[in-house]
Design a protein around this ligand. Structure first.
Ligand code: PMP
Length: 387
């Protein structure tokens, strides 16, 4: 009999032969939009610390204060002893930020989607799910756990969704639409007002992932769902990107939150987030509403980058946010461009299948408020030189 390691080495060899074996490479965010990797300082277009909050003294200070007050661990899951007054106050603050009745904190965005989606569907037995083809892996995980009946519509093609809503799952007792407000690999946005309209017209509930919008887009950084009054039934987002910390939230009605508190497995059976992380979230929520200047700066930088790419005849898809793809097509081209850019001092991750569809391999450029116009011009020059 072969050993477990022999099986694993064989599986790894298959991944390697497909050119898809990944390895971990240490890196450290150093502030001002830079990152240290293997002894070099690189201009970083790969992290999601969009507002630079992960190094903000108010976050680090509050993380320290909450640790000193409450300790390094929260001791148990939320339903046992892991709910302090501070967590409840923080959840009320998240709800106020999102403009919803209530909110619940999860251990991570992945866990929030993987837990909240099956919990929601458990309350809607037999429901039909309509999801954008490009939703995040964690939403797919949630759907797989739920064993959901799925209909996938073409990315951001709401005519396709409408056609499906009219013809599929019409006998289902409930229908749910799942999408992201900002798509993580394309930086394009979903048309939430039309989605809300479609959901109402076709008796469906709408679930929106705001991982990349939280802190960055919408009024006071509250995300794009905040621009559609009373429209979105369930909204989730992370504290791990624009808010510079870790963890995630699901926000919506009090009934939704009470149900998730009872039924979301990844919430019920997982230890509450540690006080340091909660403290950092608390500080980020104090800061984010006043960061309009940083948000406008990010949008201006993204416009500059997109026009520069267009000038180089490089497709940036439908990007309308701080995430800008430079679509090069072939996997090998994306890989070699990323390597050439790294040699020149720029970190721009190559994203390839299965993360994105075949033939759309790209550099994913994530902009940060700490970047300057000169940084954008620099990476554009780098891209031009290594095509
Ligand atoms: N949803 C989307 C759209 C994401 O891009 C991510 C992060 N890659 C997640 C959820 C998961 O969030 P987290 O990193 O906080 O687990």
């Amino acid at each position: 009999m072969e050993s477990l390691d022999e099986h694993l080495e064989a599986a790894l060899t298959r991944v390697e032969q497909a050119g898809r074996r990944r390895v971990l490479r240490p890196a450290r965010l150093t502030g001002n939009g830079r990152i240290e990797r293997e002894g070099r300082t690189l201009l970083d277009f790969s992290s999601n610390d969009y507002l630079g909050l992960s190094k903000h003294p108010m976050l680090t200070e509050r993380a320290r204060e909450w640790t000193e007050r409450y300790g390094t661990g929260s001791g148990a899951s939320r339903l046992v002893t892991g709910t302090s007054d501070a967590v409840l106050a923080l959840e009320a603050k998240v709800a106020a930020f999102k403009g919803t009745e209530a909110a619940l904190i999860f251990a991570s965005g992945w866990q929030a989607n993987a837990a909240a989606i099956p919990a929601l569907l458990a309350a809607l037995p037999g429901s039909a799910v309509f999801c954008d083809r490009l939703i995040h892996a964690s939403m797919h995980a949630g759907l797989a756990i739920a064993g959901a009946r799925q209909h996938r519509f073409r990315h951001n093609d709401l005519d396709h969704l409408e056609e499906m809503l009219a013809t599929k799952g019409t006998d289902a007792p409930a229908r749910v639409i799942l999408t992201e407000s900002v798509f993580s690999m394309d930086g394009d946005v979903a048309d939430l007002p039309r989605l809300v309209q479609l959901a109402r017209r076709h008796q469906a509930f709408l679930f929106v992932d705001e991982a990349h919008a939280t802190g960055v887009l919408g009024p006071a950084g509250a995300g794009l769902s905040a621009t559609v009054p009373g429209g979105v039934d369930v909204v989730m987002g992370t504290f791990s990107k624009g808010l510079g910390g870790f963890g995630a939230y699901v926000a919506g009605s009090r009934a939704l939150i009470d149900w998730l508190t009872n039924a979301a497995s990844g919430f019920v059976f997982s230890t509450a987030l540690p006080p340091a992380v909660l403290g950092a979230i608390d500080a980020a929520l104090d800061l984010v509403p006043s960061m309009d200047a940083e948000r406008s700066h990010l949008i201006a930088l993204a416009d500059r980058l997109r026009s520069g790419l267009a000038g180089l005849d490089i497709d940036h898809g439908a990007s309308a946010t701080q995430i800008v793809p430079a679509v090069v097509g072939a996997e090998a081209d994306a890989m070699s461009m990323a390597a050439a850019l790294e040699a020149k001092g720029f970190l721009a991750a190559a994203i390839r299948p299965p993360t994105v569809p075949t033939g759309t391999s790209r550099l994913r450029l994530a902009l940060r408020a700490a970047h300057t116009e000169a940084d954008i011009d620099g990476v554009l020059e780098g891209i031009a030189a290594c095509r």
